[in-house]
Each structure stands twice: as structure tokens, then as C-alpha cells.
Unconditional design. Sequence first.
Lengths: 252, 289
Amino acid sequence: MPAQLQFRDVTLGYDRHPAVHHLDGEIAPGALLAVVGPNGAGKSTLFRGIVGILKPLAGSIGLGDVHARDIAYLPQTVDIDRSFPISVFDFVGTGLWRSTGPFGAMGKSARARIAQALAAVGLNGFENRPIGTLSGGQMQRMLFARVLLQDARIIVLDEPFNAIDAKTSADLIALVRRWHFEERTVLAALHDMDLVRAHFPQTLLLARTPVAWGATAEVLTAENLLEARRMCEAFDESAPACAVDDAPSRAA
Amino acid sequence: MIYDALIAPFTEFEFMRRALAGAIALALGGAPIGVFLMLRRMSLVGDAMAHAILPGAAVGFLLSGLNLFAMTFGGLIAGFAVALLAGLVSRTTELKEDASLAAFYLMSLALGVTIVSIKGTNIDLLHVLFGNILAMDDQTLLVIAVNATITLIVLAVIWRPLVIECVDPVFLRTVSRAGAPAHLAFLALVVINLVNGFHALGTLLAVGLMILPAAIAKFWSRDITGMMCIAVASAIVSGYAGLVLSFQTKVPSGPAIILVAALLYVFSVLFGNVSGLVRQIFPGRHLEA
């Protein structure tokens, strides 16, 4: 089976400093992959590269036959203006962008789908609430409802369970498992190792470069985690151009 | 008596009818734009842009006197140039939009006043700075009406991307390329409505019928559609009441309109049912759940 996601010697970063360095590998369609690593390991950067809002400094990311705009992406620090006067229903409805576009009507079936998505995340009765009145957990449920409506074959979740209570994360994990069951490709950046061991068959341990990648039990060993922590602590403001890169001008 | 005060000025004098029609057109186009400016925290950006229009209108004035089309055209060009430059700068660099516009504020005002003074009289300068809604001819009225119509149509077209761009720009970037065009179209609408306001209210007050109604609406509705309606309604009321006030008291018409809007604003700050001060002081007993 051809890979859903291909990393071809990809380097991603900011201002020429790599945050993900020379990543090679493939993710099969329908995979459920946890991306773990210390803060600053490049997890968010990798995701931003996958959804196309950050251009690689070198190398490339192949998406198979999926367009970058058809990936559902839940960023870590959500840049939402919570004071904006929009209802939960309308906000979640923006997840239908792929079918409605800028002008498409919100017909009966669209409204039914929005109602279903809200029910699936346990937000019935919140339809007319302004988004600014939601708690952190309710906000995350609402964002999952929008991901649900996006009906994407690749779903990228950046630390989706941070500051979320046990009940909410259990509900949302059930959604992730449902997406896996529907053979969507799901990537999630996580810090809770128990949760990763319990629900994610595959893991990528990232510390700018991949430390280990494969079956979760083999990746999350004490040695690997220690190694990852050690590798993440080097940042040199005046680092020389990367020697591995045979064409340094590409990174400039 | 009441008829004499409130309705007779408009039935008896054609210039009052024109002024009222102009004010209503300004309200229909400007107030919704003002609501978006406020929601995007760009209220003062609108003010800075109003000043950016002045040099263009002034060059038009320099070339052909108080000619409607020359001044409209000059103002549009200057406004678009600044809007595009500021938009590009804030999208491609780390400088925020307000900062990239702030420099234009004084520079444009000084430049524009200088250009008008070179050729015109103090009366011309007053006309440019404060407008004269009572002296609008058919052409000016037509320009204002056409601009308001364009505004409403374009706003309907870019509504959905614009709303998403306001509330969750990263999401819009991941699903569509519509964000940047919608943003630029919105800036263009800001310019068009400022030029509109410029003809009636002058450079210094052009944003008045955009921002004040928007600020008023914020105190009465939590929903963007409701805000739009309240903003337009309060702008129309301000226009009408301001004209009556001006007619009865000889207060200049532009400032009279803005003063009425300001009164409505103060009333809203005090008594608005969304976060109004009186509501906060006497919130009523807390609810069961």
C-alpha cells in the first residue's frame, strides 16, 4: 500500500535554525501515530509543515493524493478570538468549508450534520451560546466537533488533551479511536505516556531528529526517552551551516 | 409644533432631503464596515486610514478645484495605496497593522493640509477637513449611494471568509486561500467608505459614522448579525437627529451628526444590556444555574 505521508529528508525550522532536522520516513494510510518528545522537540513544527503553513527549509513532505487543505488540523495554541460574537453552532459549521466553500448554503442536511457533530462531542444544548462563554474543556470539545465535520482523511492533533479533565479526554479519545476505526490517518502530539501506550499502536519519538519510530512499546523505553531529553537541549545562536546538507543555499 | 421641528425641515428644503438621503446611504455602507473594524480591533486603523485619504483628495483639489470626481479618485488611490502597503507589511513582516499605519496618520494629514493651503482658501480647508453634508449635489449623492451599494454587495460576497478570518485565522489558512483576498477586499471597502464619509463629514469625522455606531451596537447585542442591524439603525438615527439639531441650532451639520452618535454611545455605555455600566453595578441576583 502506498504511503499516506512521506517525509523526504525534510528539515523544518525558523530563521534557518532547524526545529525538525533531516526527517525521513513514511506513514501508512489509516495509521494511528503518537508523536512524543520533550518541549521544543519539533512536534508542532512538524505538524505545521504537514498542513502546509510552514514551508520546509530543505527536503519535502509528500501527501499522497491528499491536498494539504484537506487535512484537518487542530493547533496547540489555538489562535481563536474568543470575544468574537459567533455562536457555537456557526463556529462548528465552518468545518463544512470543504463542501460549502465561501458561498455554499447551509441546507437542512448541513444543519443536521452540525447538530450530529455537536451531539457526538457532548455539546447538545450549546448551539446558541457565544464561543466566549465556553470553558477550556468545552472549547476543546467544540474544536473536535469541527474536526469531525471536516471529514478529512488525515487528521493532525497538536497536544489535544492539554489542560483537559479526565472525563473530557476520555470522550475525545473515543472520537480518535472512531477515526482510526474509519481508517483515517491520525497523528497526535502527546505528553501523557500512559495514554500513548494505551491507545496508540505506533509512536514517533522526536527530538529534532527522530530518536525512535515504530511500535509504541519498542519506542517508549527509558533509554530512548532519556536520549530524547539530552538531544533537545542544544541550541546555538551562531551554529554553522549544516554539513549534512549538500546544498546549503537551499536553506538560506 | 413637533411636525415643524422634526419633519418640516425635510419637506420644505430640498438640501435637507438630500442630506438625509446621504446620511442614510452612509449609514448603510459604513456601519457594517465599522462593526468589522471594531471586532478586528482596527478602530483606530480606520481613523489613520481616513487621514491617508487626504493627500490624494488634496492633489485632486489642487488639479481641479472642488471637483467631485477628481477628489474621489485621488482619495481612492491614496487610500488603496496605503491600505495595500499596510496590509502587505503586516502580513509579510512581524510588524502589526496598527503600527504599520500609525506613521501615515500625521504625515498624510500634514501633507494634505499643506497641499490644500497652497491653492485654496480657509473655506476650502474647512470643507476638506469637516465636509459639508448640506451642500451635496446630485452627483455627490449618487457617488455615495453607489459606494454604499458596492459595499453591501462585496460584504455579502466575502462575509464567510471574513468572519472566519476574524475568529480563527489559522483555521482559514489551513482550509482555504480566501483569507488574504477577503482581508484585502475588506480594506478596500474601508477605503471606499472613508471616501464616502469624506464627502459628507470631511477627513476628520469620516470614521465617525463607522466606529461610533459599531461601538454602540457592542453594548446591545452579542450576535454579529444583531450588531450589524443595531449599528446601521443607530447611524441612521444619528444622521437624522444630527440634521434636525443642525437645522434648529446652527451647529455645523457634520459635528452635529457625530455629536448625536456620541450621545447615543454614552447612553449605551451606561445603560446597554451587554456589559453596560448600570447593568454591572446592579446585576440582579445570581441565577440558579
